[in-house]
Structure formats: C-alpha cells, structure tokens
Design a protein around this ligand. Structure first.
Ligand code: GCB
Length: 600
C-alpha cells in the first residue's frame, strides 16, 4: 500500500523532473547481480529507452523472451537548491517488481507492474553531484502474483513466462520515472466528492498532510480562472452555485488548489483538475448526474509497436481520436490500471472509464492459451498470498484514481473462475475489504467469463452491475453455426431477465479475430465480413434486452500476445489494426454508435 500517489508537478513549492531517455540496461542471466555488486554499477550495460518495454527492440529471441532479473541504471545530477526537501523517485510502472538503489544504498522494493510507487531517497542523495540510480527488476509470473501465470524452466535452463492470459508479458520501465522534491511538510493526498442539489453542487473535500502543524486552505476555480468557492481546514464543503457539470462527452473541469501555510508563509501548494458529477446505479440503469447512460466503447490494451506496453502520449492521442470518431463514450482499462495521463485525457474528453486492477488469469482453464490446467483456481494454496497483493493493488488503484471524474467503476477482476463454490470466500472477503476504499462509493464489478453464466457462477451476488465477456461465434458456435451462438446467448439473457436480479449488464468483451484485408463473399471466419456479421449478431441481441446498458467490443486495436496456435502474431480482434487503421467493421459500428441517442 502506497502512502503518496499524487501526480508530480512543479510549482513554487514542488519540483518534478522526468528522467525519461536512455538508461543503462543489462540482463542478469545467472541472477548474480546482487552478489557481484551491480547495485553500484552495471558491469556491461547496453542502452535502453525509458519508458519502454525492452522486448521488441531485440532481434534475438532469447532477449525478447527474457524472463528473470534485469537491471536499469542512470546517473542523475541532483542540484543543491533542493537541499532540505524530501527527494523522491516516482516510478509510473516497473513491470513487475523492482528494488531501488541510490549510490549503492538499498531504498525499497515494490511489486505490481502497473501502478506507481515512490522511493524516498532523501537519505541517500548527494547534492550538487551525480547520483547513481540502480534498479533491479524481475518479470517472472507466478500464481500468487498479479497478473497470474507460471514461470517455466526449459530443458536448456532458460526461463519462460507462461501467462494465464493472452497479452504479451511486456516488461521493463513502461512508464515515466520522475525525480521529485516536496517540502517536508506537504500535501500527501486529497479527496473531492460531489453531491448535487437543484442548481448548486457541494464538493466535499478532505486533505491529508505529512505533518499536523500547518493550516490548510482550498480554492476552486472554473475554467476561466474565476474563483467559485473557497474553504479552510482539512475537511470541508465547497458550495458551487450554477455548476457546470462534468458530463459524458461534455466535460467541464474545475481546478482545486490546496495551500498549506505556517505563520502565514506558504509551505506547500498542490493543484489538480476535478469534475463535478455524480454516479449511481439505479435498477438496471447507469446514471451520471441522474441521467441514464448507455456505454459505447472498447476493451483496450496499452500496446504498440517497438515499445510494447510503454505509455506513449502519441498513441494515446490517436486512440482517443479513434474513439471519438467512432462515437464511443467509454472504455475499460483491460487488464490493468493505465498510465495516469490516460485518465487526464478521459477527464478532459468526457469518457467514462471502468478501471481494472491486474487481477487477470485467476482461472486455470485460462492457461488453455498454453494447454489448459484442469483445477479450480481458488482451491490453490497460493490464494492467501495472492489475496494480499490483490487487495494491495486495488487499494493503490483506488487511491491513485479516485479523484478522476472519468472513473465510473472499479473492475476488481477479469474472468476469475467463479463456477466453483471455492471462489465464494475469496469474493466475500474482497468485496467486504474494498467496500470503504472509495470516498465516491463507485460501483464495483468484475467480468464474467463464458464459463461463468447465470447458471454456473457462484459469485453473481457480488457486483453492483455485471460485465459479461462472451464469445459465441468465435470460441464456440462459430462460422455457419453462429445462429446457434445467438440462440445460446439469448437463452442465457432470458434467464437473467426472468430472475429477480435488477442490475445493469454491460457486454465488456465479444469479437472475432480478423485479418485486415481478408475479404470473402459469403464470409468466412477471419474475414472482415465475418467480423461485421458477428457484431451485427451481438447488436441484435443487445437491442432486445433493456437491462443491457453498454457494449464494449474486444478490442479497440489488435495487440501482441503470447505465441500459440490460437493467434497469428497477436490478437486480431481489433476494430483497428495495431497501427490504428480501421477494419471494415469500424465503419459499421461507427454508424450504429452515432445513431444511438446519447441519453438512451
Ligand atoms: C478474454 C480475455 C481477453 C482475451 C480475449 C480473447 O476473455 O479477457 O484478455 O484477449 O478473451 O480474445 O481471447
């Protein structure tokens, strides 16, 4: 659990410098780095860009597939003007685990490759001098870690990642590294939750600080910079008359500025953009500001050529333009929390996010991408250790993302094995332990896989609304049998309809792998025509049930996966290619989405 996750910024009290660029990098094939003092200096490094996944730069397979320990290092000059402040290194994402050393001193370790962490390096820093930052990292997969998988040792002694999921195990410093300095007494965190009354809104805020001795004041400004409300103290209510609400695809943001003063002297300041809006689930509706919303959007991945899972503002910009062009209003951060810039984009563009923790692969049959293991996942002796990490990462995700108006809901797992009773205690505990985490009390959910149906899932009581991942027409009842796939889907939905469950269902995955440029009349699987027919089938079904409140086909774009006989160089279910050009289905779906009334 991280104490400090505020996004870094530079102002009169704070300092933030990105350490992106070329770092030293070395594989530790024999895991000897510790014993050989790599903590001080790497013996024979190559250069590696940051942020980036290391994998796809290499032309030899042993390097691309490398699984085990690897090291990064960089020399950084830290100016004396920062003396007296807390000095930190903030890693946006070190996939999957890292230990940080500065000038040979071990600072801290972190596990979880998709969330930030801060290393307080104050005690190790040399001011007005070069400082040697060294990171020991590891990208192995284990059943007691998120995302779940195995690490095999081949007969030749080399390790190999065996994910229980299909996306490629891209590894490295996938997001920016920041050198930051904050005052000793500083703003540690804040929350801002809105309620609406007639033509006014109240923003209930709380501020936590690192030390008690200081007074807190807050100012809320509109987009023109006009002050609309002020408050004093660590908690309070800011009343905004005639607020401009944050709405879906019509976002208005306010800037909240927190000031910390001692003896009338400013000692820290932190500003962030917030939105005024409410979210609720009422019956089978999803409500934003009391208005029903129908989700149109995608499951996505942070994935692009060369740099793998690295956050790339350029790719993100293109993805948002594509989603806007499609008429989308939402997406799921499948299958891990994304870079913080993504949420800032979504706040600004009025997109709703289903924010997902990397609890993926919690299903032995999912290892079927690699052969299949026939055991109920939650019967495993690894679940106690896994649970701790799972709760820890949900806590950090909620902590990091809670103030984004774009975040609609928390997805606590993707496709866990819930078709055996042994899942129930895990879920009971998870939903109880995460209930109070979010000050905004957003809905919590998880995706139900094909095997976890109305009839078979033991965990239907837990989510506030349902996410269904369904693949008739692709993984079963495919090709000419698709009409039976449709019948099966309707039979399941008829059971939901006849039950006393009154909660929204969002289809969070469905789709067909499609080779761009492959045309066939009549269609065959993998052709662009078949992808359209499959989407048409699902859309007919969606339009028949009023409790279906959203559609997010799999996937926005093609993405890299593990090798296997089910994939031709990646998952090709994208509506767009991996280089973000449309397949024919994108034009079909765009027309449908632009025709759907936004308040339907
Ligand atoms: C799923 C998974 C997703 C896969 C997808 C597929 O159910 O949630 O990660 O990529 O199926 O295409 O097989």
């Amino acid at each position: 659990m991280e104490k400090e996750l505020l996004y870094p910024l530079t102002n009169q009290c704070r300092f933030d410098q990105k350490l992106d660029g070329l770092w030293d990098f070395e594989f530790d094939r024999e895991s000897q780095g510790g014993a050989q003092h790599w903590t001080q200096q790497l013996p024979d490094p190559i250069k590696m860009p940051v942020p980036a996944s290391f994998n796809d730069f290499f032309t030899d397979k042993d390097s691309r597939e490398f699984t085990g320990d690897f090291w990064y290092a960089k020399r950084v000059f830290i100016p004396g003007s920062l003396r007296g402040q807390l000095i930190g290194l903030r890693f946006g994402a070190a996939t999957h685990r890292a230990t940080v050393y500065v000038n040979g001193q071990e600072i801290r370790s972190h596990e979880g490759g998709f969330l930030p962490f801060l290393a307080d390096i104050t005690s190790a820093v040399k001011f007005d001098a070069e400082n040697e930052i060294v990171l020991k990292m590891n990208n192995e997969l284990h059943r007691d870690a998120l995302p779940a998988g195995d690490t095999a040792v081949l007969k030749n002694g080399k390790k190999m990642a065996k994910p229980f999921f299909d996306f490629y195990n891209y590894s490295g410093l996938n997001r920016s590294v920041h050198l930051i300095a904050t005052p000793q007494n500083h703003v540690v965190d804040y929350t801002a939750v809105s309620t609406l009354q007639d033509d006014a809104a109240t923003v209930h805020y709380t501020v936590t600080t690192s030390q008690a001795a200081a007074s807190v004041s807050v100012t809320l400004r509109d987009e023109k910079g006009q002050v609309v409300a002020t408050g004093n103290g660590r908690t309070g209510d800011l009343v905004v008359q005639h607020p401009l609400l944050w709405n879906v695809r019509d976002a208005h943001l306010y800037t909240l500025t927190i000031q910390l003063k001692a003896n009338d002297q400013l000692i820290d300041e932190y500003s962030d953009e917030i939105g005024i809006r409410t979210i609720a689930i009422a019956g089978h509706q999803i409500l934003v500001n009391g208005q029903p919303v129908y989700l149109k959007g995608f499951g996505r991945h942070e994935d692009s050529i060369y740099a793998g899972r690295a956050f790339d503002l350029n790719v993100e910009m293109r993805d948002f333009e594509l989603m806007k062009w499609m008429g989308a209003n939402s997406f799921r951060t499948s299958h891990y929390p994304y870079d913080e810039e993504v949420y800032r984009f979504a706040d600004r563009e009025g997109f709703l996010i289903i924010d997902e923790v990397p609890a993926v692969g919690f299903k032995m049959a999912a290892a079927s991408f690699l052969g299949g293991l026939d055991q109920s996942f939650f019967d495993g002796d690894w679940t106690e250790e896994l649970y701790k990490k799972h709760l820890d990462q949900i806590t950090d995700m909620v902590h990091r993302d809670k103030n984004h108006p774009s975040v609609l809901a928390w997805s606590l797992l993707n496709e866990p094995d819930t078709s055996s009773e042994s899942a129930v205690p895990y879920f009971e505990k998870l939903f109880a332990d995460t209930k109070a985490l979010d000050p905004d009390q957003r809905p919590r959910t998880f995706t139900l896989n094909e095997d976890d149906t109305f009839d078979t899932s033991y965990c239907k009581q837990f989510p506030d609304f349902y996410l269904l991942n369904r693949y008739p027409g692709w993984y079963h009842k495919w090709g000419y049998e698709i009409s039976d796939g449709e019948a099966g889907l309707r039979a399941e939905l008829d059971k939901w309809a006849a039950s006393d469950i009154d909660k929204p269902i969002v289809f969070s995955e469905y789709g067909a792998d499609t080779q761009p440029g492959l045309h066939k009349l009549p269609s065959v699987m993998w052709s662009e025509e078949y992808q359209i027919e499959l989407l048409q089938m699902f859309n007919r079904v969606f339009d028949s049930y009023d409790f279906i409140r959203g559609e997010q086909p799999w996937n926005l774009a093609d993405f890299q996966t593990v090798e296997g006989n089910m994939r031709v160089n990646g998952n090709k279910k994208g509506l767009f290619t991996r280089d973000r050009q449309p397949k024919a289905a994108a034009f079909y779906l765009r027309k449908r989405w632009l025709d759907i009334d936004p308040n339907f």
